[in-house]
Design a protein around this ligand. Structure first.
Ligand SMILES: [Zn+2]
Length: 265
């Protein structure tokens, strides 16, 4: 089995405080060698940064996630800019940012999203995009203000919606959604888009994989997503994981682990 990259997991969250080392170990046992851990709010940024310094397999992003809109304000953009200005070797993206139609304060969401897109473009960093019922409004903003690359986290939608982002050079995060047979539209889209546009993710602790509903999700279960994707694409998991690893490294400007970079975690 080739190395796997969980391109979206919140393993810095408190729900992993009790057994984080074990969670990372089970993931490593099934081949997960890299983890992208996105930021969600200004108060959480120092914590994700500190954990990413501790674990060599982690990469991280910083951003203001629409779910936490009540904690955000425009002054935090200055703070974000300050951190982006001081290059950190494991800071690889701006995210998780985006628009969520089920969250309040759509005006502030939009303003924060646009400003973060501009920052990402300025610092030439990819973005990690959250969306819910907002793919159509997200696309023109990304095109107008965003950087040249990024990922649509937890892509769910039609082939046409997918290709709009793929045509802009963006990748699609493939997670637990495709493990449900009822997700016909998304499964069809993911089957048809160019293979070079796909990366894997779990969104741990959220987005349970089919068969594990009601449980905390964790990166080791990315193997289940890989298997379903291999079936859909009619490829072997080996050949598929090889391409997905390269796609993920390209997305986050990452390199394969050097032989002397096998620290624990
Ligand atoms: Zn997330």
């Amino acid at each position: 089995m080739n190395a796997l990259y969980d391109t979206h997991c919140h393993i810095d969250f408190q729900v992993f405080d009790e057994d984080r080392e074990r969670v990372l170990k089970s993931a490593a046992e099934v081949g997960v060698e890299r983890f992208m851990v996105p930021g969600v709010s200004a108060e959480q940024w120092p914590r994700v940064q500190q954990l990413a310094e501790q674990f060599s397999s982690w990469r991280f992003a910083l951003g203001l996630h629409p779910w936490f809109i009540e904690k955000h304000n425009l002054n935090q953009l200055k703070e974000l800019e300050k951190v982006l200005d001081t290059t950190h070797k494991r800071l690889r993206a701006v995210g998780e940012i985006g628009l969520d139609a089920t969250c309040d304060n759509s005006e502030l969401q939009r303003e924060l999203f646009i400003e973060q897109l501009k920052l990402a473009r300025h610092y030439r960093l990819p973005i990690i995009i959250h969306h819910r019922k907002t793919l159509e409004t997200t696309h023109p903003l990304v095109k107008q203000y965003g950087p040249e690359s990024g990922v649509i986290h937890a892509f769910s939608g039609s082939y046409e919606q997918a290709m709009k982002f793929v045509d802009c050079g963006y990748k699609l995060g493939v997670g637990g959604v495709i493990t449900y047979a009822r997700a016909q539209k998304t499964r069809q889209a993911i089957t048809k888009v160019p293979l070079s546009s796909l990366v894997l993710e779990t969104d741990s602790p959220d987005m349970p994989i089919c068969g594990y509903q009601g449980q905390r999700n964790e990166p080791a279960r990315i193997v289940e997503v890989l298997k379903v994707l291999a079936d859909l694409r009619e490829m072997s998991t080996d050949a598929l994981s090889d391409v997905l690893w390269k796609n993920s490294c390209e997305l986050f400007n990452d390199v394969p682990p050097a032989s002397n970079d096998h620290e624990s975690g």
